[in-house]
Ligand binder design. Structure first.
Ligand code: ASP
Length: 582
């Protein structure tokens, strides 16, 4: 028997027991007559003691143990004289009387402890070593627990978990497909699913009225901290439902996870906010509503005072940073640098200090007198002691920049508390999004999203104004999921494809199977998909989804551990009848 217990298990009540442990040597300390070894496994760390006086040979052997050697020990659990309250096993230690070296190890390229000295790339290359560290282990444990709770919830609600294929045809989620050449069908390719969207809709036509799956999706797009080329969705679909039936069901899932994983009760229903309101007040369709600091439109009151920057702008918007009147010149310059960074793209930052004595001092005093600035303050609900920050320019990018500035100020003011959770639904998204580059509409969500029935008339006259029966779940400024009520009528689906610039033939080629299925009795249906990685990261209090994925890719989409993507042999290329272009 390799072990009777794990390295996280033994407590004071085990004192006196003879036990066996197996694990990795995290570190050893040699104190002359005694050698201490921290033995680690997935469950924790236990201190081993080797005593020169009791067993010289064994103690000498222990001194030779290197980091990450795998050993087995037999010994007696004893109470420690020097207890360590930070360790769950800190009250005891093991007096070792026998040791077997199971496998020696090379010196690891970085320290494998709570904090590591290894850089990102190095830790990615040796991910199997990094995964031995407690923080990563905890993330994977959390991920596992969440997956189990998700299954438990869906099972209790009569959902069926059904797998859908990976070798499919393009699914239109707006990213590039990863493609796989087919050997048996020369010159033809599968696409990996960007989501199981069309399959889950076909399952509804097939009568499986409640479906879910925790599933890999593949999207070939530029990567960021919260994106990976392959990621995991909690994918769901339901039949005979209207929007609020769907929202209620998945609000139930969210509450179940908050309750069972974080022990947090979210009271009442999640608020619903229209897309238009979110953009107007927060500059973003994923507002962080843990704090107010809403954006206010100053366009009408700030224009026409001979200040060229404002007069030439389509939109002037501001936020009020409470209690920040004392911001120094340097801090304000820092904020200007922040908003003028290319990723944010504002032209400059205008500020007005609302001094404690009720007077104002602004960067545009030449153009705006006390009365003007007072009007701004009133609009923003500002009080003496506050700092008003103003951006101007084209409406959409300026709102976006204000959103970033708002989040930055929220962070600086410490009002984005990681232990506070504020979920909300964003609803009534635009159905279509005009793309300047291609000169046509794109589906803002995907082409199977139903327009709101009351907006159908606008399809002919003003398609850009049609609202979608779509919704996103946002928690603390993170988009956790999105979905919609679907089109289940082939004529409406055809109209949608037409508006997206598909010819009848293109639509038939790509999605004929779905349109044909709709002719055989399609129930009204709708669903949602959640970003599982993001949700785990949010619950773990992390910004990057990489830390909650066992084997993630780096920013260039590479797995530096297995060195992929890589070349394939000319034989494989021949077999696939493929030729590389130089
Ligand atoms: N397939 C959609 C997505 O991946 C989600 C949905 O509409 O259910 O975003």
């Amino acid at each position: 028997m390799y072990r009777t217990h794990t390295c996280g298990e033994l407590r004071l009540e085990n004192a006196g027991e003879s036990i066996s442990l197996s694990g990795w040597v995290q570190r050893s300390r040699d104190l002359g007559g005694m050698t201490f070894v921290d033995l680690r496994d997935r469950y924790g760390i236990t201190q081993l003691v080797f005593n020169m006086e009791e067993n010289e040979g064994l103690c000498k052997q222990a001194r030779k143990l290197g980091r990450e050697f795998v050993i087995q020990v037999h010994g007696k659990v004893t109470e420690r004289s020097n207890k360590n309250s930070k360790m769950t096993t800190g009250d005891i230690e093991i007096r070792v009387n026998e040791m077997n070296l199971l496998k020696a190890a090379e010196v690891p390229p970085f320290t494998i402890e709570e904090e590591s000295d290894g850089g990102d790339e190095l830790r990615m290359k040796y991910r199997f070593l990094d995964l031995r560290r407690a923080p990563l282990r905890k993330n994977l444990e959390l991920r596992h627990k969440m997956a189990q709770e998700i299954r438990r919830y869906f099972d209790s609600e009569d959902f069926l978990e059904i797998e859908t294929p990976f070798l499919i045809k393009s699914t239109p989620e707006g990213a590039r497909d990863f493609v796989v050449p087919s050997r048996m069908n020369e010159g033809q390719f599968y696409a990996l699913p960007q989501s199981p969207q069309t399959f889950k809709q076909l399952l509804m036509v097939a009568g499986y009225d409640k479906y879910f799956q925790i599933v890999k999706c593949f999207r070939d797009e530029d990567l960021r901290a919260d994106r990976q080329p392959e990621f995991t969705q909690i994918d769901c679909e339901m039949s005979f439902v209207e929007r609020d039936d769907v929202l209620d069901t998945f609000e139930g899932l969210a509450k179940h996870l908050f309750r069972n994983i974080l022990k947090v009760e979210i009271e009442g229903s999640f608020p619903k906010m229209s897309y238009d309101q979110a953009i107007e007040e927060y500059g973003s369709d994923k507002p962080d509503i843990r704090f107010e600091m809403k954006i206010k439109d100053l366009t009408s009151i700030a224009k026409g005072k001979d200040f060229r920057v404002f007069d030439d702008s389509e939109y002037i918007g501001a936020i009020c940073a409470e209690g920040c009147v004392g911001y120094s010149r340097k801090e304000l310059d820092g904020l200007t640098d922040f908003v003028t960074r290319p990723q944010i793209g504002a032209k400059g930052l205008i500020y007005a200090r609302y001094n404690q004595d009720g007077s104002f001092k602004s960067s545009v005093d030449k153009f705006f007198g006390t009365e003007d600035l007072k009007a701004w303050a009133e609009e923003l609900g500002a009080k003496p002691g506050d700092l008003i920050l103003v951006l101007a320019g084209e409406r959409t990018p300026t709102l976006k920049a204000l959103s970033e500035l708002r989040l930055e100020m929220g962070t600086r003011l410490g009002i984005r508390n990681k232990d506070v959770y504020k979920p909300l639904w964003i609803v009534d998204f635009p159905l279509l999004d005009w793309d300047e580059e291609t000169g046509r509409f794109h589906a803002m969500h995907h082409p199977f999203t139903s327009p709101k029935i009351e907006d159908l008339d606008l399809f002919e006259s003003d398609p850009g104004k049609v609202r979608a029966n779509a919704y996103d779940l946002v928690i603390n400024g993170v988009e956790i999921g999105g979905g919609s009520i679907r089109i289940h009528d082939e004529d409406l689906q055809k109209l949608m494809f037409k508006n997206l610039g598909f010819t009848d033939e293109e639509a038939r080629n790509q999605f004929g199977f779905l349109m044909s299925a709709f002719r055989y009795g399609a129930p009204p249906h709708g669903g949602i998909a959640f970003g599982f990685d993001r949700w785990v990261a949010l619950f773990a209090g992390l910004d990057s989804i990489r830390d909650v994925i066992a084997f993630p890719k780096n920013n260039s989409g590479r797995d530096v551990m297995i060195d992929s993507p890589s070349d394939i042999s000319s034989e494989q290329l021949d077999e696939l009848k493929l030729q590389k272009k130089k």
